[in-house]
Design a protein around this ligand. Structure first.
Ligand SMILES: [Cu+2]
Length: 115
């Protein structure tokens, strides 16, 4: 028995869509900046990235919770509570300069410049 034509079409379409999606994802994923949270600090304390980049926040701070967020008119995000060892990723899509803070440790500041 041969595969019905509609199934062949579906396979071709879905396969094409999948590879397009993966291609776009790979292009986006190319720009990733990693910031570690340790000793109640962001390390490094400043990053500069091209628009569309992902900033990865790695909680490497023993048993401490963190909670990264930023607010500005053009762009904001809020990670919610970030457990020890957890990684939070946020894509910065709008050019500008942002101060990312921790909702639990008010002295934690990270400057993110998006070109
Ligand atoms: Cu914190």
């Amino acid at each position: 028995m041969t595969t019905p034509r509609c199934a062949q079409l579906c396979l071709a379409f879905c396969g094409g869509t999948l590879s397009l999606t993966l291609g776009a994802w790979a292009a986006w994923a190319a720009n990733v900046a990693t910031v570690t949270q340790a000793n109640r600090k962001f390390q490094p304390s400043e990053v500069e990235v091209p628009r569309g980049s992902v900033v990865r926040f790695v909680n490497d701070d023993g048993s401490l919770l963190h909670h990264v967020y930023t607010t500005s008119p053009g762009f904001d995000f809020d990670s919610g509570e970030q457990e020890p060892g957890k990684v939070v990723e946020e894509r910065f899509t709008v050019p500008g300069t942002y101060v990312v803070m921790c909702g639990i440790h008010p002295k934690m500041h990270l400057k993110v410049t998006v070109r």
